[in-house]
Design a protein around this ligand. Structure first.
Ligand SMILES: Nc1ncnc2c1ncn2[C@@H]1O[C@H](COP(=O)(O)OP(=O)(O)O)[C@@H](O)[C@H]1O
Ligand SMILES: CC(=O)N[C@@H](CCC(=O)OP(=O)(O)O)C(=O)O
Length: 289
């Protein structure tokens, strides 16, 4: 009898949680949410299933989610197995012709399909593509010394709108094409920001392996402005892979995205916490007022 009462109170809590989420569900009805899942945030199969479940739930309640993924650590593993050296400059991989082949194989292959599979296991309709499909992301070389690293110059989101209409969840590998038919390796954050701007998304969620952007004392800053980001970067506090993330967030806001959040993708239900509770999660980035 006692056990039964405890069980009932659990369900009552669940019902209360659902009820409290109503204003957030209404706020995000038909919203476009672009989620960048970084390679470091892709944990165990259990964590991937939980992430996929959150994404399917988002779609079920009326959001149009778009997943853009990274996979830097998986590319590193494959390059090491093939004996190819690789180095990064300001968070971007120097990419020669041999490297871009491996990048495409890993990102469009195993990484993309792992996420698609996880979404489909949870009852969603995930479809994998890269920025080369439907001529979605046209690039130029961002800095010639980085080789085939692409800077998106034109994103055509038409195919994504068609997918939303068909209740498909797009899962996008960060690759693009150039004028001469070459393949470009795009930093995952950069690709997510460009797609979010082309869609004029309501939210860009950048999921990574830290709780948010940290200041010089190592504390997570929950609200960041453009000028504070510039200062932290000049001071070397924002470094490495966090540079493309914060730059992306600012460019996305300039491009018409309503807000960008950098948060810990390893935390259970990180996306739901951010979207459907007053608590929020990670570092929210806004324009200077
Ligand atoms: N100021 C900062 N706050 C938080 N993380 C930072 C900061 N500066 C550099 N980093 C580094 O950035 C990393 C996230 O970038 P990255 O490794 O490229 O992630 P992902 O693979 O998720 O895209 C963090 O793990 C951390 O080591
Ligand atoms: C140009 C560039 O650096 N591209 C990245 C693409 C993958 C990526 O961005 O992966 P994460 O999100 O896991 O870091 C790379 O080659 O590693």
């Amino acid at each position: 009898m006692k056990q039964q009462t405890a069980m009932n109170s659990n369900w009552i809590e669940t019902a209360k949680t659902l009820s409290a989420a109503l204003p957030y569900l209404q706020r995000y009805d038909d919203a476009i949410v672009v989620i960048k899942l970084g390679g470091h945030a892709m944990g165990s199969d259990e964590a991937m299933d939980l992430f996929a479940r959150d994404v399917v739930l988002m779609q079920q309640v009326g959001i149009n989610p778009v997943i853009v993924h990274g996979g830097g650590p998986m590319i590193n593993d494959m390059l090491a197995r093939l004996g190819v050296q690789s180095e990064f400059v300001n968070g971007k991989r120097v990419t020669d012709a041999a490297t871009v082949e491996v990048v495409e194989m890993v990102l469009s292959g195993s990484v993309n399909k792992r996420i698609v599979q996880a979404i489909n296991q949870q009852g969603g309709r995930g479809v994998g593509l890269s920025g080369k499909d439907a001529a979605m992301i046209r690039c130029t070389a961002s800095q010639p010394e980085l080789g085939f690293v692409g800077e998106p110059v034109d994103v055509n989101p038409k195919v994504l709108h068609q997918m939303f209409a068909a209740n498909i969840i797009p899962v996008i590998a960060p690759l693009g094409f150039g004028e001469d038919g070459e393949t470009f390796n795009i930093n995952g954050d950069t690709a997510a920001g460009a797609i979010a701007a082309a869609l004029k998304a309501d939210r860009l969620l950048l999921l990574t392996d830290v709780a948010g952007v940290k200041d010089a004392s190592g504390e997570v800053v929950t609200e960041l402005t453009a000028s504070y980001i510039r200062k932290l970067t000049e001071d070397g506090v924002i470094a490495g892979g966090m540079i493309p993330k914060t730059e992306t967030a600012l460019a996305a806001l300039d491009g018409g995205v309503r807000a960008a959040v950098i948060l810990d993708g390893r935390a259970p239900n990180a996306c739901l916490l951010e979207l459907f509770t007053p608590h929020g999660a990670g570092s929210m980035i806004r324009q200077d007022s």
